[in-house]
Design a binder for this molecule. Structure first.
Ligand code: ADP
Length: 410
């Protein structure tokens, strides 16, 4: 047949025809073209082979459970997952459950029952105990087939080993817990240290100040200098400890995170900075500001730090500062831009670390806590903060805060 270069499959059916006496008088021969069916079978076989290959190389085993007669059938790839030699064994569901870790058995039993009862997909993770005592994690997923009346006839699915993933997961969870604990301890330490240092320091400061007042000019010139250094050092230490205390309070003693009008928070910050703004002849331009989920006091603190920096690190021109916000997905992106001295790109990470500064106290006063505090505040709210800047070209401090829940995206 020229239309079928690879030939046709025929099936031949022959039947004798006899008369009433049983004598043969003829026959019927039926020839049918079964090429289509044959091709279908070949294709199925090819799919089956590919599936087998895939299962073998991926370590996935398939199983099916005939529900009414409680017969669980595993393919050859399931056995090694349970540490067993492959072999056709007839087993009940309970036989397989017996191979599970005792702590997981009840849960898996329940999940199977759940899948049968509410027609949910079956999806379970459990430990199996091999005959040699090895414990492995498996995951198993399947679905239920039902008859016309909705009775569960069969549940079938696949399972595979997830021990490596489980190991990583539990290691990660352990690390996260450890980190949270050491963080809490550190925070507590910083708080206690700064809080308890304040009292003796107050005493030192007030007595050296008393010394300065009472004995200035009565001892020699050196003594006057020494007393000044002591007063200066004590005052600075007080400022540092206050900052440290403020820093350690961000996480542990913050107020509630609730819908907060960021415009009101900014206005509070500007009010606190009235003197600095007028002395510096700074102009602050404010765009439209949204309601965000934030701790109102901390949001004010955040704006106040950024704006006072913009004034402090001013360039030759009067400071011009712009505060804006735009929506990006579930967050608001705020920016505080200035026309100040700018920052060398090499230092844009370092400035957010505690007590890290780029200038001496003689050039610009400060302790180097402001931006570290900003970073902590933003991170406590689940946001990020960074800076875009060039020396001499001003800086843009940018941070994100979560939008109020339920407010529409732009
Ligand atoms: P402080 O202001 O006490 O020095 P910060 O943590 O607020 O501490 O800032 C750290 C450093 O980052 C500053 O010393 C300064 O070098 C730099 N910086 C911060 N804000 C600005 C700004 N708006 N323009 C230029 N430099 C800045």
């Amino acid at each position: 047949n020229p239309a079928r270069p690879d030939g046709v499959w025929l099936s031949i059916n022959a039947r004798p025809l006899r008369d009433d006496g049983g004598a043969l008088w003829g026959g019927v021969i039926v020839l049918s073209d079964i090429t289509g069916r044959k091709r279908g079978e070949e294709a199925l076989r090819a799919i089956d082979e590919r599936l087998n290959l895939a299962l073998r190389s991926s370590g996935v085993g398939t199983w099916s459970w005939l529900v009414p007669e409680d017969r669980l059938v595993w393919d050859n790839y399931v056995y090694p997952l349970f540490g067993l030699e492959p072999g056709a064994r007839s087993q009940r569901l309970e036989d397989a459950l017996d191979r599970l870790h005792p702590e997981d058995r009840e849960r898996v039993r329940h999940e199977v029952a759940h899948a049968l009862a509410v027609d949910a997909a079956y999806d379970a993770e459990y430990r199996v105990i091999w005959p040699d005592g090895t414990v492995r994690w498996l995951t198993s997923r399947g679905k239920v087939d039902r008859d016309a009346e909705g009775r569960a006839v069969r549940m079938a699915g696949a399972c595979w080993d997830i021990t490596a993933r489980k190991r990583v997961e539990s290691e990660l969870a352990r690390k996260a817990e450890e980190l949270a604990r050491s963080n809490a301890e550190l925070e507590q330490f910083a708080y206690v240290a700064s809080h308890d240092l304040q009292e003796p320091l107050r005493m030192v400061t007030s007595y050296v100040q008393l010394l300065a007042r009472r004995y200035r000019g009565r001892l020699d010139a050196d003594a006057d200098d020494f007393i000044d250094f002591a007063v200066d050092g004590a005052t600075r230490m007080q400022a540092l400890i206050n900052d440290l205390l403020a820093y350690s309070r961000v996480g542990s003693r913050g107020g509630p995170v609730a819908p907060t009008d960021s415009r009101a928070a900014l206005e509070n910050a500007l009010a606190n900075l009235t003197i600095a703004i007028s002395e510096g002849e700074a102009v602050v331009r404010v765009g439209e500001l949204p309601v965000v989920r934030a701790d109102a006091t901390q949001l004010t603190q955040l704006f106040q730090n950024l704006i006072s920096n913009a004034i402090k690190f001013r360039g030759p021109d009067p400071p011009r500062i712009a505060v804006e916000a735009r929506r990006r997905g579930p967050a608001w992106v705020f920016s505080v831009c200035d026309n100040g001295i700018g920052i060398d790109p090499r230092h844009v990470e370092r400035i957010f670390l505690i007590f890290q500064r780029l200038h001496s106290r003689a050039e610009y006063p400060g302790t180097g806590i402001g931006l570290a505090l900003c970073k902590r505040i933003v991170e406590r709210h689940g946001g990020r903060i960074w800076v875009d800047s060039r020396p001499g070209r001003g800086s843009s401090f940018v941070f994100t805060l979560p939008a109020e829940e339920g407010s529409p995206h732009e």
